[in-house]
Design a protein around this ligand. Structure first.
Ligand code: COA
Length: 188
């Protein structure tokens, strides 16, 4: 009998980009179910609230594929994965610079719960240079980000910056905080 395979795709998703979407769709070709798990606990200072990040991801993914669900989680990722009855974590790799952080994260998660395996997919070359941070940096300065993020995300970014909502949270423009990195990896 075919055992259903669920992969958890965790992230901050602040906000979800077309790079994430591409990875989710490709992951879906390999797994019966992808759970896009939006983290409450993240080392970043998000521009969007947890509810907004979940809502944007849901809107971008639509409801055509019942094999893709979006939910939030708090606390330790591996505990959430175990509670969900899953054993697979899905992550994307863009550039070599992603590797060190991803390797650390995967090893730490495995140390915390041995039964959980991390599976990596290479990001499509079209999204190699994209990160949520760089998209926010461009949008914050009025740059055209069409084609890089889903329409709902583009709209929300425009609204957020028009409201001045980013005033306390433009980490991407503060290199001294170690927050501007093309790879999007800025975990000290
Ligand atoms: N295409 C384009 N961009 C991509 C991408 C892809 N396929 N995959 C990742 N990225 C980018 C993201 O946009 C993001 O950019 P940013 O740094 O500019 O925001 C960056 O790569 C990585 O972000 P994301 O995939 O959202 O993951 P994250 O590193 O923010 O997520 C968690 C980290 C949430 C998985 C981690 O903090 C966590 O597990 N938290 C829960 C608490 C916990 O268990 N902590 C202990 C962990 S050992």
């Amino acid at each position: 009998m075919h055992q259903e395979r669920t992969a958890i795709y965790p992230g901050t998703f602040d906000p979800l980009t077309n790079g994430h979407l591409s990875l989710i769709r490709r992951g879906r070709e390999l797994f019966d179910r992808i759970v896009v798990a939006v983290a409450a606990e993240t080392p970043k200072v998000p521009l969007f609230t947890l509810e907004e990040r979940v809502q944007l991801a849901r809107e971008a993914l639509g409801d055509k594929d019942s094999g893709i669900v979006v939910e939030s989680f708090d606390g330790l990722l591996v505990d959430y994965v175990a509670k969900r009855g899953a054993r697979i974590l899905l992550r994307g790799l863009r550039a070599v610079s992603d590797f060190e952080y991803e390797f650390q994260l995967a090893l730490m998660n495995r140390r915390l719960r041995r039964e959980i395996q991390t599976v990596f997919l290479m990001t499509d070359y079209r999204w190699l240079y994209i990160s949520s941070t760089i998209v926010k940096a461009a949008a914050g300065l009025g740059g055209d980000i069409r084609g890089l993020v889903p329409e709902c995300v583009e709209r929300s970014l425009r609204e957020k910056y028009a409201q001045g909502g980013a005033s306390g949270a433009t980490p991407c423009l503060d290199p001294s905080a170690g927050d501007f990195a093309l790879s999007g990896k800025k975990h000290a």
